[in-house]
Structure formats: C-alpha cells, structure tokens
Design a protein around this ligand. Structure first.
Ligand SMILES: *Cc1c(COP(=O)(O)O)cnc(C)c1O
Length: 469
C-alpha cells in the first residue's frame, strides 16, 4: 500500500496515492474465491468479468470530494462518466446513484444512459460525428451538446432556429498542445480529429465570433486526451480553454461562457494496486495552474472514464491447458483478444497485471516461473502477457487480468466468435461472504448465431435466382 510513499496522510483522500489498494486487493481475492466456489465459473463459463461495487462507489465519492475541496462553495458541478469506458447499464445506474452523470458519444451510449435512468440534464453528448437526427434528439431531450466543428454548429443553428432547446450548448476546441505517450489516445495533437483546432490560422477568432453571434453558446469544452497524457499537459489544456473563455467573456462584456467542460483523461496506474495519480492531486494541480477555474465564476463539467472504473474490474479465466514450447511455459486460458483487444494488439502501450489463482480460487504461491499467459483465439499473438514471472499456472488454475474495469471486458471483440463473458458485480454479503449480482448475461451460442445472420441462412444462395427465371 502507498508504494510510491507519496506525500501527506490526510484522511480526506488528498494524498497523491490513495490508501485503498490493499482493501481492493483483499476484496478481489475474496471475490475470486467466491466466484469459483459459487460456480460463476464453470464448465460452460470458462471466463467471467467481475466488478467491485465497493471500489466503484469509493472512486465516485473520491472524485466528488476532490473537486468539492478546491472549488468555491456552491459551484455547479457535473461529473459525467464517459460511457464508452464501461458501457453497462447497471454500472451507469450505480454511478448515477453515486452522483455521477453520463458523457455519451453515440446513439447507443445515449440509449444506455437513458435506460439507466440518468436524467437528460445530467447527460453530455460529445461525439465527433453527430448526425442531424442525433442532434435533434439531444436538443429535444435537453441533453448538453458540445459542437465539434463549424458544420455541426450550422446544424445546431438550423435546429435551434426552428425549435428552442433547454440544452446547454458549447463548442469543443483542440488546444493543440501536443500528445502523450500513446498516440491513439492523444486528442490535443496538432492534427487531432476532435474539436476546432484553436491554433490554426483564423480559428481562434472564428470561435470567439461564433460565441458573440450566438448568445446561447454558454459552454466551452476541451478534452486533452486519455491514458498516457501527463497531468501537467492535461492542466495546460484546461488552462487554454479557460483563457479562451475569459477572452470570449471579455469581448462579450458579460459572463456568456458560464461553464467549462474539462473532459476526462486522468491516467490509471496499471502497475500496482495503488491509485495514482488521485483525483485529489489533479484537482489540486488545476487549482494551482488555473486558479480562476475554481473561484466560482464558472460551473464545471468533468468526463472521467478509465479512472473511475479501471481498478474495479477483473477478468477471471480458467487455465484450460498448461504446456511448454521451445522451453517456454505457456498457460492457455480463456481470456485473450476477445476481452483485452488493446493489450493483445499493442502490448507495449497497454500491459496488464496478471494474478495467479489455483483451482479453488486461492492466490497461488510458490516460486515464480517466466511464462506466457495465452488466450483462446486462433492467432499466435493472442497473449495477455508474454514472458511474465508468476507462480506457475497449471491446468485447472485461474488467471486474472487486473485493472480491466474500463475499456476491457465490456468492449467485446468477436474474433473466433468467442462468446461475450458474463459480468458480475460483487460486494460483501453482510455475513462475511461475497454476494454477486448479474450485470450482463454470458452470450449463448444461439445468440452468436442470431447475431451472425442466422435468420438469413439462404440469403446468398437464392440471391438473384428469381430474377434470372
Ligand atoms: C474518451 C473520452 C473521455 C474519457 O476519457 P478517459 O481517459 O476514459 O477518462 C472524456 N471525454 C471525451 C470527449 C472522450 O472522448
């Protein structure tokens, strides 16, 4: 616990590294044991996803407390969970009840948030490719919309001209301040596809004019990136947006921009159970770098995804076979590319910790052996971990991929028609044990057939034949 030895030990969570890691690891061990004992993992279910409900609640409370600490009392705040990180209705409901709204980027994500009962005034729509239909629906509901570009703003002009909307509206800007260590999750590069590129010639003046011409534009949005962006760069992105809002308001002669949407992107530590950096550290950094953001003159919207859920998910898979090839031990498990596509395809950027459990779900001990932890898919790169030192995984044991609560098991990839695993939330049962609740049913072979054109068996063999007759 607190392995980085960072900073103070204030009880309010404002340390750089929180002290919840040990508790989380103990809860995970208990849940793995219970999942095996209670038969969640069985002959027909060789892989499951587990979600730590206690941990999710802790992160939601930590996020709210961190910003409450630095913002002037009474500042309106909406923490909107980036639904793409864990698009599961019961998770969105849990977060909603913990005071967290939803950031959505597609008709599907909006439908998930609404199915979870998140009210429109707690939803923000941010996609870079919104259709007129999506915009019309969002404006009719009163969902906040951040326009990505001038063409989208023109569509909003047309829609608000015909039907007034309660939706808070803003523009997304790209401060073009550079990327982080992972190109694919860096959104503030010079040529990023997102938002209005603020440093391009004439762009800043265009944005200011767009606001002056439209008194109903009251928000400004910037999301500088996700995993791999240093905190200092994230804070600079927020500072750029803040500076632009100040400029707009000065030119408007009033507080036209009343809310800054600072996006998400807090990186997650995939190297240990410690949560670092914490929301508290980021909020404190923002209050130092952008003090005007915290003075109560602006409302705040945040859009964290990975940092709210990643540490609370575990993929648990049975070791079907344990073999040896060329002197390398290989554990062939049921967790691979279908639940961890990023790690399998880009292992250098997305390494995952693997924990070894025995056949009864108890943590494995014993000497560490360098081994590969492979998935079930039919290509040789389907490895969760390569050359990893772990207690030797043997047939019937279990391998757990840790920190997979965001962008992993909820992001199924249908290679080899591998079934979507069941997902179960866990929490203490009140008498020393672990209780589970189904979050998502495991996919059945019948469902795979249905989703793969099963209703259209002869569609191709009969195509065009009647026309030739
Ligand atoms: C993906 C995304 C987020 C969430 O990013 P995380 O790294 O998961 O916190 C927030 N806002 C926007 C616009 C995004 O695209």
């Amino acid at each position: 616990m607190d392995t980085t030895g960072a900073g103070s030990t204030e009880a309010n969570g404002s340390t750089d590294t929180d002290r919840t890691g040990e508790g989380r690891a103990a809860r995970r061990d208990a849940a793995v044991r219970a999942a095996v004992e209670q038969g969640l993992l069985g002959p027909g279910a060789p892989v499951v996803g587990l979600l730590d409900v206690t941990g999710i609640r802790e992160s939601a409370a930590g996020l709210r407390a961190a910003f409450a600490e630095v913002l002037a009392p009474g500042t309106p705040v909406l923490h909107a969970f980036a639904v793409k990180a864990t698009p599961l209705v019961p998770v969105l409901r849990l977060l909603h009840e913990a005071g967290i709204g939803a950031e959505v980027a597609s008709p599907g994500e909006l439908a998930l948030a609404r199915a979870a009962g998140v009210p429109p005034e707690r939803i923000v729509l941010d996609s870079p490719a919104k259709t007129p239909e999506e915009l019309r629906e969002a404006l009719a509901l009163g969902v906040a919309v951040n326009a990505d570009n001038p063409q989208e703003l023109a569509r909003i002009d047309a829609l608000t001209g015909t039907a007034p909307s309660r939706s808070p509206l803003g523009i997304r800007v790209n401060p073009q301040i550079g990327g982080g260590s992972i190109e694919a999750t860096s959104t503030a590069t010079e040529t990023s596809k997102f938002g209005v590129a603020l440093r391009d010639e004439g762009a800043r003046e265009w944005v200011v004019r767009a606001y002056l011409d439209r008194p109903w534009l009251t928000r400004l949005h910037a999301h500088t990136g996700s995993q791999g962006i240093p905190l200092s760069l994230m804070a600079r992105g927020v500072a750029e947006a803040y500076g632009l809002a100040e400029e707009i308001n000065a030119r408007a002669g009033r507080r036209q921009v009343d809310t800054l949407d600072i996006g998400g992107g807090l990186p997650v530590n995939f190297g240990s159970d410690a949560v670092t950096p914490t929301y508290a550290r980021y909020a404190r950094l923002l209050s130092e770098v952008v003090p005007g953001l915290c003075e109560g003159r602006y409302g705040l919207v945040t859009e964290f995804g990975r940092s709210l859920l990643a540490k609370h998910g575990t993929v648990l898979a049975r070791v079907e076979y344990a073999k040896s090839a060329g002197g390398r031990r290989v554990a062939v498990t049921h967790a691979g590319v279908q639940v961890a596509a990023r790690t399998v395809y880009v292992p250098g950027a997305w390494p995952l910790r693997i924990a070894a459990y025995d056949a009864k779900g108890r943590p494995k001990t014993g000497p560490e052996v360098v081994q590969d932890v492979a998935g079930p898919a039919c290509f040789s790169g389907d490895l969760l971990a390569q050359g990893r030192a772990l207690p030797l995984l043997e047939q019937g044991d279990h391998a757990a991929a840790l920190d997979t609560g965001a962008y992993y098991f909820a992001h199924h990839y249908t290679y080899n028609s591998l079934a979507r695993p069941g997902i179960y939330g866990f929490a203490p049962d009140g008498s020393g044990g672990v209780a589970f609740a189904t979050v998502r049913e495991p996919q059945t072979p019948e469902e795979i057939v249905a989703e793969s054109g099963g209703a259209h068996v002869t569609a191709l063999t009969t195509l065009g034949i009647s026309g030739r007759r």
